[in-house]
Design a protein around this ligand. Structure first.
Ligand code: FPP
Ligand code: MG
Length: 364
């Protein structure tokens, strides 16, 4: 099946449901754990590989539903690093299916642009066969400027691996003196994750009845609405999506409050950290050479000179904040440009990775 299947006419009942749902908040970013492909295969006396093919078909259908509903960003768990532990046959089958589907996506270039979909791959793709890496990079490259919707495909991904990678980048930044240890914050850390360019995940859906995250978007889903659906992924229908959105709408208020509280707490922690850094600098100044402007123990807190000193501290904190923000943004630019370079160099790779329309690939 294509990534952009023939659109089916909605029924009056679907239109009615959509009208009701669109009166409430629609999640802008939906993440999906597409679980249950193999159980679907067993249930329907199919080969495992067929279960995954049906899983892809359902993904294509679901993306269309999301676009129609105004969901502008979708993130899917296509291949976990843990999946490498499956039998070599199944791993090869999933690699082959991905090769075939991404080659198809490249053939459907016009359709990607028509739908305005930007494809991003999140994960450690260096673990994948090099021809597949190049295909993925090309899909990312040709769709990079599309603005209507974003599809994030988590491939060779786990949240713990992502966090380790981010930690390495941060540690490297400290070691090279690009940032200070005190610059490390929730903000800095999440801007080093694969999802740094994503908006907040509003709704996370997992199919197949399993009630766990399986190492998917663990950081990003802290303030998301979670919907665990019993149906196996290839059996997922638009009605399950409507039900998940309704569940999101019922919990929307509480999620917003939790997000706001977290934002306030982050700001408080950051202010505290900046003040601590300024105080530490001041201590260093006092014990060191620069005592001219800030003589040690110069005044009481409430005396005129004490008030002046407090103002002086405030302006130093403000100055420190500006310098820190500049330092952090510069560091993040370095991290992101390194990653961009990695993708660009892969996409420019000399081998011809796109399949000719006449070449068909049989899956497994
Ligand atoms: C989980 O079901 C599904 C996967 C591990 C693979 C998901 C992949 C697809 C739906 C295809 C996507 C392809 C592209 C190109 C994006 P499972 O295998 O764990 O099934 P089970 O839970 O019944 O054992
Ligand atoms: Mg499973």
């Amino acid at each position: 099946m294509s990534w952009f299947p023939q659109k089916r006419e909605s029924t009056w009942l679907q239109r009615a449901c959509e009208a009701v749902l669109s009166a409430g908040p629609i999640p802008r970013h939906v993440a999906i754990i597409m679980d249950g492909n193999r159980r679907f295969a067993v249930k329907n006396s199919l080969a495992k590989s067929e279960g995954h093919v049906k899983g892809f078909d359902k993904l294509a259908e679901t993306l269309e539903w999301c676009l129609d509903l105004g969901i502008t960003e979708v993130t899917v768990y296509a291949f976990s690093i843990e999946n490498f532990k499956r039998s070599p046959d199944e791993v090869n089958c999933l690699m082959e299916l991905s090769r075939q589907k991404f080659a198809r996506l490249l053939q459907e270039k016009d359709l990607i642009h028509q739908h305005g979909v930007c494809v991003r791959i999140l994960g450690d793709i260096s673990r994948l066969p090099s021809d597949l890496q190049e295909l993925l990079a090309e899909a990312v490259s040709i769709s990079a400027n599309n603005k209507r919707a974003i599809l994030n495909v988590c491939f060779a991904y786990t949240a713990r691996d992502d966090m380790c990678m981010a930690m390495r980048d941060v540690a490297d930044g400290v070691k090279k003196g690009l940032i200070k240890k005190s610059d490390i914050s929730e903000y800095l850390f999440e801007k080093c994750l694969y999802t740094s360019h994503c908006r907040d995940v509003d709704l996370l859906i997992r199919t197949s009845g399993e009630i766990r995250l399986s190492d998917f978007l663990m950081w990003e889903s802290s303030f998301s609405c979670l919907a665990f659906v019993k149906v196996l992924w290839p059996d997922f229908s638009i009605w399950h999506l409507y039900a998940a959105i309704l569940h999101y709408q019922r919990n929307h208020g509480k999620i917003q409050i939790a997000r706001q509280n977290n934002a306030i707490e982050r700001q408080r922690l950051q202010r505290e950290s900046d003040l601590k850094c300024v105080m530490e600098e001041e201590e260093e100044d006092k014990s060191g050479v620069n005592t001219k402007d800030n003589p040690a123990g110069s005044s009481g807190k409430d005396s005129p000179s004490g008030v002046a000193e407090q103002k002086n501290v405030q302006s130093r904190v403000q100055h420190y904040k500006e310098v820190r923000e500049k330092r952090v943004e510069e560091f993040l630019r370095t991290v992101h440009s390194k990653r961009k370079q990695f993708w660009t160099s892969l996409a420019l790779s000399p081998s011809d990775v796109t399949l000719k329309p006449s070449q068909s690939v049989s899956v497994c």
